[in-house]
Design a protein around this ligand. Structure first.
Ligand SMILES: Nc1ncnc2c1ncn2[C@@H]1O[C@H](COP(=O)(O)OP(=O)(O)OP(=O)(O)O)[C@@H](O)[C@H]1O
Length: 253
């Protein structure tokens, strides 16, 4: 099996003639945490939506474990093991943390709709759901409605529901967005923990988190790959400083 779990080749997407992503080549190493960064409007979200099949590419291909997934639907790639962690709003606010994780498990186990209200089936899932909550440090919040959880814990819950689907590749969309520094640290630690045995691609604006977590970074700018490498490498790249941080190389001295 290739060392690369996911590969995008010459991927492009235009919106009414505007190229939001242009000829992007991306190789994601198996078992790595790979960050997509770049200034506003760089094409990160579009790239994310392309990889998770929320939008179709104008041209190019995407392979996952060597299989061409360019034309598959989001639910089809989820079955292959690619799961996107949704924004917090995707957590059912008035269900408890446990119930939210259980629903994710039901999806994975394909427990069909008519069994939804079967107490017996639901309770057999509780053991595993509690285990998932424990993994993200939420066991003691199992019976708290999601809406009552503090912000950082909601994000942990979202990750627990994603883990319930046992993804081989997990895509995290700005996991620390809008958080205070304490929550940021906790969520970063959590991502590191849950990355064991799987691959993670994340869009993340917080460069502290990126430097701490990412094994590899792709910097996008104006829809194209500007630089790639470790944090050490890309943070010293003059083109990155100019495009990403708005600093011209000659100003850095
Ligand atoms: N559905 C769409 N229709 C038209 N233009 C779009 C659409 N989606 C994205 N774009 C444009 O494509 C470009 C890239 O947007 P994208 O959201 O991918 O950037 P981003 O790097 O995620 O930015 P941010 O950090 O601000 O979220 C932007 O100029 C945006 O206006």
């Amino acid at each position: 099996m290739s060392d690369f779990i996911l590969e995008a080749t010459d991927l492009s997407r235009s919106f009414g003639g505007f190229m939001a992503v242009r000829n992007v080549n991306l190789k994601i190493a198996r078992g790595s945490i790979h960050a997509l960064i770049g200034p506003n409007g760089a094409g990160k979200t579009t790239m994310f939506n392309l990889l998770t099949k929320f939008i179709t590419p104008s041209s190019g291909t995407i392979t996952f474990n060597g299989r061409n997934i360019t034309h598959l639907k989001p639910e089809e790639i989820a079955n292959l093991g690619i799961v996107r962690s949704f924004q917090i709003s995707a957590v059912f606010p008035h269900l408890t943390a446990l119930e939210n994780v259980r629903i994710a498990l039901q999806k994975r186990l394909d427990v069909s709709y008519q069994f939804w209200r079967s107490r017996k089936i639901l309770s057999t899932l509780d053991g595993e759901a509690l285990g998932r909550l424990d993994q993200v440090g939420l066991k003691r919040f199992a019976h708290v409605p999601a809406v009552e959880l503090p912000y950082g814990r909601k994000r942990a819950l979202e990750i627990a529901t994603t883990l319930g689907l046992e993804p081989e590749l997990m895509l995290l969309d700005e996991p620390t967005q809008g958080m205070g520094s304490e929550d940021v640290g906790q969520v970063a630690d959590l991502i590191k923990r849950v990355s064991v045995g799987r691959t993670i691609i994340m869009v993340e604006h917080n460069l502290g988190v990126v430097s701490k977590l990412a094994d590899a970074i792709t910097v996008l700018s104006r829809g194209e790959v500007l630089a790639e490498g470790t944090y050490e490498q890309v943070s010293k790249n003059p083109a990155v400083m100019e495009a990403y941080m708005g600093i011209k190389a000659e100003e850095v001295a």
